[in-house]
Every structure is written in C-alpha cells, then in structure tokens.
Ligand binder design. Structure first.
Ligand code: SF4
Ligand code: SF4
Length: 187
C-alpha cells in the first residue's frame, strides 16, 4: 500500500439515499444510461417490527491488491505509485470485460455503446489540481470524504467491514465506513 494511499470514507449513518452523488458522477462522466460508475445500493433486513434499511454509496475502492490490474490483458489499469489511485485508461481498454469478472465490488462498468469499461478514477484530474471529487462536493449530507487512508481508518468508529459489501480481505479496498449497528458485519 503506498504511504500516501488515498481512500474514501463513507458515513452511511448520514446517507439519505438521494443518489445525488451517483447523478453528479454520471454528469461528469458523460452520463451513459445503465453505466453506474458510482452506485448507491440499499440494504434491508430484520423482522417486523424491528426492520431496518440503509444505503451505501459505492464506487471503485482503489484497492491495495487490485484484481482488475492483474486481470486486464491490455494494461488499461494502473495503480499510481504515490497515492495508490487505480486509474483506468479507456484508450487502452479492449472491452474484454475480464475486470468485471474479478472485481468483487462491481466497480468496472461496461459501456456497450463505446465497447469499453468505465470506472471511477477518483476524479484524479480534480485531485491533481487540489480539488475534491464531484461525489464529495455534490452530496448534501456530506457523506463522502476523500483523504489519506492512514488518517481515515483511524477515525473513531471507522471500519472496512459492513454488511452487504464483500470482504476487504479479497483485494484490500481503500474505503472505510461509518455504520449503524444494523450494518455490523459479523463474519
Ligand atoms: S474496486 Fe475493483 S476495479 Fe476498483 S481497484 Fe478494486 S478490484 Fe479494481
Ligand atoms: S448524495 Fe450523499 S446522501 Fe445522497 S445518496 Fe449520495 S451519499 Fe447518500
């Protein structure tokens, strides 16, 4: 893991499932129908009268062991040395979709119109200019933060385990969550 690994912190306790983050992401990424580079997924459970539901805003997690990088035969994925951001280059992509098979989090999205994959690049051009990703700035509830993983993972209550998201042991994602008790993952 690069020392300066950039990560997401997603405070699911504040998310109201408005999907503004998803729409904002779609807006800056050419808005292809069916291609959801950021996705707000909902999870429900319990038994009446003790039922619950929560939403998780998810995208690429810029993993420490990115399965997409290893699987891509065209070298379209690069994990940047300094900040660990996993960047996908659509110009190199041949549309084989191998990355969609190996990513546990459903992050690479196939754009059938272009015949290529689309994926969160963490608004890297904005970050390189000292600005924040659009999902961070668009969210009215300030659910999403971007910062150094070393700082975010030590935030009180921060965890990589949340019910509904595949194990962080698979690819070591650079994403931590603040969760409600219902979302506690007991694996
Ligand atoms: S979340 Fe998926 S696409 Fe993103 S770096 Fe990890 S394995 Fe690759
Ligand atoms: S914009 Fe914020 S509050 Fe709305 S769905 Fe996305 S993360 Fe949740």
């Amino acid at each position: 893991m690069p020392v300066g690994q950039i990560a997401f912190l997603v405070d699911t306790t504040r998310c109201i499932n408005c999907k503004t983050c998803e729409v904002a992401c779609k807006d800056v990424n050419e808005g292809v129908v069916g291609v959801r580079i950021r996705q707000v997924r909902t999870f429900e459970g319990g038994e009446f009268p003790r039922v619950f539901a929560y939403a998780i805003s998810m995208s690429c997690n810029h993993c420490e062991d990115p399965a997409c990088v290893a699987a891509c035969p065209a070298g379209a994925y690069t994990k940047r040395a300094g900040d660990g951001i996993v960047v996908h280059d659509p110009e190199r992509c041949i549309g084989c979709r191998y990355c969609t098979w190996v990513c546990p989090y459903g992050a690479p999205q196939y754009d059938a119109t272009a015949g290529r994959i689309r994926k969160c690049n963490l608004c890297v051009e904005e970050l390189d200019r000292g600005r924040l990703p659009v999902c961070v700035t668009a969210c009215p509830m300030r659910v999403i933060e971007v910062g150094r993983l070393a700082d975010l993972e030590t935030r009180p209550g921060a965890t990589m385990l949340i019910r509904g998201v595949p194990s962080p042991d698979l690819t070591k994602p650079a994403c931590v969550y603040l969760i409600r008790s219902e979302a506690t993952d007991v694996r």
